[in-house]
Design a protein around this ligand. Sequence first.
Ligand code: HMG
Length: 389
Amino acid sequence: MDIGIDKIGFYTPNVFVDMEKLAEVRGVDPAKYTIGIGQEKMAIAPLHHDSVSMAANAALSILDDEDKAAIDFVLFGTESGVDHSKSGAVWVHQLTGIQKNARCVELKQACYGATAGIKMAMGHIALNPESKVLVLGSDIAKYGLKTGGEPTQGAGAVAIVLSQNPRVMSLDNDSASMTKDISDFWRPLYSDYAFVDGKFSNEAYLSFLKEVWNNYKEQTRRELSDFEAMCFHLPYTKMGKKAILALTEDADESEAKRLMNSYHDSIHYNKQVGNVYTGSLYLSLLSLLEQGPELEEGARIGLFSYGSGAVGEFFSGVVKPDYKQFLNKEAHEAVLDDRRELSIDEYETTLEQALPKDGSDVDIDNEQVNVGKAHLAAIKENIRMYAIK
Ligand code: HMG
């Protein structure tokens, strides 16, 4: 059965910080952030945006009435969940108007959560060919002010509708995965900020990539030359370059050059948003599909998902004919262009704002919310209340 991505959309908050200005204030050469890390702008989430409201906005941007009637599973990948019990998927289900018999659940394994959702969705559709599944990846990446991870923060969400006979990309039913208990990046329950062993996390990412790629190659007999492009989990866009170099270290130099051509298209959105954890790989795929030249029907794209802690997976898909017709390039460019730049003072205040931790009620200022957007409006008696403006 042909199963894959029928629709894909994304959302990011409407404020950002400029990386060159942040570097200047931190006393760092701006080229370290823009070239060394590879980020131009970093999305910041004000209090009215959390993983739920961002995911709802990403989903609202792609769902039509037919999807809402056919979706029978909502799988929400996040590592910035807002409740220990209730899944973010339940709020997204309500905010988007998906039919009431759908199942809703949240999945967690660092940045790997949305990929787990995709794998589960494929199995579900194989057993229930008429169903559609909504997979969400939504996160706020926060390391804190003046930390090593500061230039690799970000916020945003990706929403994907999977179905049989998809219009954007078929997903191959073969992949290679691996799990290893390591402490490269984690976030204890008490902390709003992630902890990270930065250098070790880079090494772990690359060693997972090499191992799952070798296993994938052995299993499928595919080689680098079978791929038109590769997309990677992008905690920051330079990581994609490191990944291509790691995959091509034993290959002909021309292979690295060829893959680097599509790399620039695949980082276009990510370099303006930053790390969105679970959504990062799919934001990169969307960027490649929307910003790159039209790929021929059947062109194969490799996908590497990595979630610290750690789980990694290499899988692949092939593009469908006329897939560009089913994307929303202009709308996504508008999401990025319609943002307001925060001064460094505003950024610092916004990043450190937090909801009360003592259970007191709060009304959230929604002045900055754009019309039509889902947002967190209030917390009353410990219950989160979302609204669409
Ligand atoms: P750092 O110590 O600030 O930076 O840490 P650095 O000294 O390693 O420099 C970074 C790069 O900039 C280097 O290039 C420098 O050479 C270059 P590289 O050797 O890496 O190719 N550089 C310059 N380039 C041009 N002009 C200059 C200049 N100066 C230096 N003047 C680090 C960087 C990414 C480690 C840090 O920001 C960090 O800890 N970030 C968070 C962790 C992270 O993103 N890890 C990625 C892998 S783990 C992962 O992807 C999972 C994750 O998404 C979480 C999850 O799964 O949930 C994080």
